[in-house]
Design a protein around this ligand. Structure first.
Ligand code: SF4
Length: 395
């Protein structure tokens, strides 16, 4: 269960801890939905993890377990390797719990535990995939199912906030001295751990989290661009981020004509963030122009390039055969591509014989400078065409 409802969420904490006005700025942009395929896949994997641990804990009987398992397996996002990956995580949780229990009969394993850290960040809470308490240690084990970006436990603010929540939940019944945070990312073969003494975690909570959370909650503080901008909803149009990236242009290079290795190294160090910023701006501008008709001075929306293709391969084969071409001339393993066919048959002849069987699909819209020769897209007539296409497609 992701902690999507907390304004000062643990998953977004690297952003609001480092850039306190980001939450206020983000609220001007729509939520980015359910995150699409990968987020849904992660949710399904977490449901498997929860069920397997519930079975271990004796929280579900056999019949209920089988029913739930079957239901989860019916998801279109399920594939057989998912359970293998999730079992890497559940095995680690079970082993950790058994070790804790061997030394402390009061050890507990809590699954999908609500972790409330609102004592430091107003309204802050999250959900711990697995929390193990025993021997004076509270441990959070977090499953990260994604494999696109490696995530590590060390000084991970999301896990540290979960740690605070876990400490908060169990400190009454247990004499806790350590908080341990573990991230299991099975599809990257990665298991990382980070440990803090309770006193250090509380120190961080009082001196870093609380002041930042108070500012973030009120939308105050200084904008502070950094790697945490990556998932900020304001990232495409945030001026602070733009200024940080444009700083590159004002570098005071030593030699006015040629870049020196150290200067090239400086530029290289900026490339990834620059590219991601440029991509964010291009995507934002295209979307604004297409969806809202927003005009960007000096730029216009045109139809992107596209390639001609056969409208109906079977009909093309028939037409060529009728013209007397032998099949082996225009089929190797599959029908020759259009350019190849034109070389064989001749461009004019292809046009004459195939005519309407060659179509040129509409190119996806792109933003180009006004000097570009292509015709500007008329959004009104495009909408009418799209509507007509829909009618055709639906019969
Ligand atoms: S883009 Fe970066 S600097 Fe701008 S509000 Fe978001 S986190 Fe802060």
């Amino acid at each position: 269960m992701p902690d999507i409802h907390a304004k000062l969420s643990a998953s977004g904490s690297s952003r609001w801890l480092n850039c306190t006005p980001s939450i206020a700025l983000e609220s001007k942009f729509p939520e980015q939905g359910d995150g699409g395929f990968f987020a849904q896949e992660g949710t399904l994997a977490h449901s498997f993890g929860e069920l397997l641990l519930q079975k271990f804990n004796g929280d579900v009987d056999k019949a209920k377990y089988a029913r739930k398992l079957n239901r989860l397996k019916k998801s279109e996002l399920y594939d057989a390797s998912m359970i293998d990956h999730v079992e890497v995580y559940t095995t680690i949780v079970i082993e950790k719990f058994q070790e804790a229990h061997a030394n402390d009969p009061n050890a507990v394993l809590s699954i999908e535990q609500r972790l409330d850290y609102s004592a430091w960040a107003p309204g802050g809470f999250g959900t711990g995939d697995a929390v193990i308490v025993g021997n004076g240690v509270v441990e959070i084990v977090d499953l990260k199912y994604g494999k696109g970006v490696p995530v590590f436990a060390e000084e991970n603010s999301q896990l540290m906030l979960y740690g605070l929540g876990a400490y908060n939940a169990f400190e009454m019944g247990y004499d806790l001295h350590t908080v341990r945070m573990t991230i299991v990312q099975p599809r990257l073969d990665s298991v990382t751990e980070f440990e803090m003494e309770v006193s250090d975690l509380l120190d961080w909570a009082d001196n870093v989290v609380r002041p930042a959370a108070l500012l973030a909650d009120k939308g105050e503080g200084e904008l502070n661009p950094g790697p945490w901008c990556k998932f900020c909803r304001a990232r495409a149009v945030c001026k602070a981020r733009a200024e940080a990236n444009l700083e590159l242009a004002s570098y005071n290079f030593k030699d006015p004509r040629l870049l020196q290795p150290a200067e090239i190294a400086q530029v290289l160090g900026k490339v990834a963030e620059l590219k991601s910023w440029v991509d964010d701006i291009k995507k934002f501008a295209l979307n604004e122009a297409e969806a809202k008709g927003t005009k960007f001075p000096g730029w216009k929306l045109v139809e992107g390039r596209s390639n001609r293709k056969y409208a109906d391969s079977e009909a093309v084969l028939g037409a060529l055969e009728l013209e007397g071409y032998a099949e082996e001339e225009f089929i190797t393993k599959k029908l020759l591509g259009l350019t190849e066919l034109e070389k064989l048959v001749g461009k004019k002849r292809v046009e004459l014989v195939l005519g309407d069987l060659i179509v040129k699909p509409r190119g996806l819209p792109v933003l180009v400078i006004e000097e570009d020769k292509r015709q500007e897209i008329n959004l009104k007539s495009k909408a009418e065409d799209d509507f007509a296409d829909d009618l055709d497609a639906n019969g």
